[in-house]
Design a protein around this ligand. Structure first.
Ligand code: ADP
Ligand code: MG
Length: 321
């Protein structure tokens, strides 16, 4: 056995297991900037069970990083609530929020190098990251265990400049796991990596979850990463646009009863399309009203189909957004 193998054998069972559930209720976030405001999140209701692994997917600009940062308590939402474990984040005082960030949740920022003290080794960075959690009286795993759990033992004594891109990401994971948090939030941890390095990171995330029990939320726009995760949530235009479970895609009914259309149907069913929704034997039928060869939209409705029942029709509903 090499020294690394011995170390790994000794560290297979982390001692500290903590996992928190996450719930968001009507989460809205608006960035206020000079001249114009940007609505990054427009009502996100998300539930993640304690000990679950969830991938956050979605096109660039859809609000993934904003959502992750809010879950990590980096800043406060414009509206809505976030529950992590038994705490509601907006109800925390500044000191309680510091405590929460130091021991309960780890946010791994996009661009791994932002998570380090550059002139320290990987091990020293992990020690440094643990120090605050220890000061607050949190139980944390020994540094060797954390390094072994993540798979960073082999290069623990190297400084950042000597590491490959993949190793830098793993070191960032080790730093994030240093306080033995109940929640690990990772923003695009595999972007800018080749296939093999990406695989190592995915394995590490799944191992952290399996061995430590940590709830893991990982932002990715990489379909290969998404395919390895048991559950994915797709963010679209600041809302939950769908969910995938074991490769099957689902639409998610929002708190106010809207159902987002799957992306591939948006062109076929333009805004204003009238859909008849009926219960049938094995589920529900979604049938567009057709007039001649045209799908009947609400512009046509006033003139040619005034007899139709359209009560409750919402042209600006979530389906068209
Ligand atoms: P993603 O991570 O999915 O690419 P983001 O959460 O980074 O999306 O961004 C969501 C939206 O909010 C985008 O339109 C983006 O331009 C905007 N945005 C993000 N950060 C800021 C900021 N600090 N100030 C103003 N607008 C921002
Ligand atoms: Mg982002």
């Amino acid at each position: 056995m090499t020294r690394a193998e011995v170390t790994r054998a000794q560290v297979t069972r982390p001692q500290v297991t903590r996992a928190h559930a996450i719930t968001t209720v009507g989460l809205v976030h608006i960035y206020r900037s000079e001249g114009h405001d940007v609505a990054a999140l427009s009502g996100v209701d998300l539930r993640v069970r304690a000990g679950e692994v969830v991938g956050l997917l979605g096109p660039s600009g859809s609000g993934k990083s904003t959502l992750l940062a809010l879950l990590g308590g980096l800043f406060r939402p414009s509206a809505g609530k976030i529950f992590v474990g038994d705490r509601e984040l907006s109800a925390l005082t500044a000191a309680e929020l510091d405590d929460f960030q130091a021991r309960d949740t780890s946010l791994m920022l996009q661009g791994a190098r932002r998570n380090f003290v550059p002139y320290l080794t990987v091990r020293e960075n992990v020690e440094f990251a643990q120090a605050q959690a220890r000061r607050l009286g949190a139980q944390v795993d020994p540094v060797e265990r954390t390094l072994g759990l993540v798979g960073a033992s082999d290069f623990a004594d190297s400084r950042l400049g000597r590491l490959s891109q993949g190793q830098v990401q793993m070191a960032a994971l080790a730093v994030a796991m240093a306080p033995s948090p109940g929640v690990l939030l990772a923003d695009e941890p595999t972007s800018a990596l080749d296939r093999r390095a990406r695989e190592v990171i995915i394995e590490a995330l799944l191992r952290i979850n399996a061995e430590q029990g940590t709830t893991v939320v990982v932002v990715t726009h990489d379909p290969e990463v998404a395919a390895r995760l048991p559950r994915t949530v797709t963010i679209r235009d600041g809302r939950i646009g769908g969910e995938g479970r074991s490769g099957q895609e689902y639409a998610v009914v929002t708190a106010d009863g809207f159902v987002p259309l799957p992306v591939h149907l948006r062109e076929e069913l333009p805004p204003g399309t009238l859909l008849r929704i009926e219960r049938v034997e094995n589920g529900y039928l979604l049938a567009p009203e057709v007039l001649g060869h045209e799908v009947l939209g609400h512009e046509v409705l006033g003139h040619e189909a005034s007899g139709h029942e359209v009560s409750g029709h919402e042209p600006d509903g979530a389906t068209g957004a």
